[in-house]
Ligand binder design. Structure first.
Ligand SMILES: C[S@@+](CC[C@H](N)C(=O)[O-])C[C@H]1O[C@@H](n2cnc3c(N)ncnc32)[C@H](O)[C@@H]1O
Length: 401
């Protein structure tokens, strides 16, 4: 279609994000894990010195306190501009009919709170039957049927175990959800889109929500509501923009950048977190070792070595995998402590890259929204809940015509 996107808010913001992300590419396209020194450190020597002086505890505290990290970085970087570029309006929730008590019991707490928030802001599309895409146990479909006066609801899911559990849940609640086993990446999905439906998707991963948008456009579905997640899953090495505006922009993203967009500060409980940190320290120490042993200053993705009880065992497994000769066990100890030190620095320097996560995510969501606008949809992008409930809280709602 040749008409320009109707929603100028979306295209203007995409343009502004493209400019800002392109201008500051050097700050977010290099993960500190992959190089002992980052290219931007020579452009911002004072900032680099300040961050490198942080203790690990200070760096971790800043990761958990975005306003404090913004205040620190603002001495060198236009953080306030980035915050306003990342801002998206919260959708206004409508009051919901009280849920039957047993409803929430069947859904893990956080997921239930997300569904509650999602349903409260969905635009009810004039009695259209509704189809949940990649539904899992179809918790969302049941919630919608309950709120929308017994509306016809169907759900597509690939996993037969989840379908059986979803059917059982619907039966227990006396609801009629037509759960179909379907691989949405396969042509079999098209027969489910032959009638006008409002298609809804909560947290459909990368290629699954892209498939939804493409199929919905091809079938000219009247209404689409989609909260995307995991943009990197199923993505090609080089990101292929969908919308005309994003294709015309100078921003080129790779799969790693899509992963950056959804990278979260690890909030795992104590033990799991310590285990993860120890493995990363070993990997960083081994990275220094492999560069020296090979005589090539180049990052190699560290192999995962299962069951390694200490650093030496990890190095033996990794070196065997990469076919690298190892120095003596005595020399290895130095690399272990160097890995721990690098871990502290990586955590501190990543405060800069992590500032761009929401900007990257919003750019990707706007690309999807503008793709729908390119095809004649009226599109809205909002936040459906607070980030504390789920960081994947961006919602695209589109109506044909
Ligand atoms: C992240 S979960 C989201 C489930 C649900 N919407 C929710 O928010 O709890 C993604 C779901 O997609 C399903 N899935 C994955 N690949 C699929 C495919 N090719 N076709 C249909 N469903 C698929 C998975 O089995 C899983 O239930």
């Amino acid at each position: 279609m040749n008409h320009p996107p109707r929603d100028t808010w979306l295209s203007r913001r995409l343009q502004a994000l493209s400019d800002e992300l392109s201008r500051h590419r050097v700050l977010w396209q290099h993960a500190a894990f992959r190089a002992p020194v980052l290219p931007w450190e020579s452009d911002y020597p004072q900032l680099a010195t300040r961050l490198r002086a942080l203790t690990l505890a200070e760096a971790e505290a800043l990761h958990g306190d975005p306003p404090a990290s913004a205040a620190l970085l603002a001495g060198w970087l236009p953080v306030d501009r980035w915050l306003s570029l990342a801002a998206v309006a919260r959708a206004r929730p409508r009051p919901l009919v009280a849920w039957p008590r047993a409803f929430a019991r069947d859904v893990p707490g956080r997921k239930w709170a997300q569904i509650d928030a999602f349903v409260a802001v969905l635009r009810d599309q004039a009695e259209l039957p509704c189809l949940e895409w990649c539904s899992g146990k179809a918790h969302l479909a049941r919630a919608l049927q309950q709120q929308w006066n017994g509306r016809r609801l169907s759900a597509l899911e690939r996993n037969p175990v989840l379908i059986a559990q979803g059917r059982e849940l619907a039966r227990r609640h006396g609801m009629l959800i037509d759960m179909q086993r379907c691989d949405v990446l396969d042509d079999e999905v098209l027969c489910h889109l032959a009638q006008p439906v409002h298609v809804v998707a909560l947290h459909a991963c990368g290629d699954l929500h892209l498939r939804l948008l493409r199929c919905a456009v091809a079938a000219t579905l009247p209404a689409i509501s989609c909260a995307p997640c995991c943009y990197h899953l199923g993505a090609a090495q080089h990101y292929q923009a969908l919308s005309r505006a994003a294709r015309a922009s100078p921003l080129a993203l790779g799969r790693g950048d899509l992963r950056t967009a959804v990278q979260e500060t690890v909030t795992a409980p104590g033990h799991a977190r310590r285990q993860r940190a120890r493995m990363q320290q070993w990997q960083l120490g081994f990275d220094l070792l492999q560069r020296e042993q090979r005589g090539i200053d180049e990052y190699l993705p560290p192999p995962s070595v299962s069951g390694a009880g200490d650093f030496a065992a990890y190095c033996r497994g990794a070196a065997q995998f990469l076919q690298i000769a190892l120095p003596s066990a005595v020399a290895l100890a130095g690399y272990e402590s160097a890995g721990a030190e690098r871990f502290r620095v990586v955590s501190a320097l990543d405060l800069v890259r992590h500032r761009f996560r929401r900007l990257l995510e919003l750019w990707l969501v706007l690309d999807r929204a503008l793709f729908l606008a390119d095809h004649g949809y009226r599109v809205e992008v909002t936040e459906f809940c607070a980030r504390e409930l789920t960081p994947r809280n961006l919602l695209i709602q589109a109506r044909a015509g």
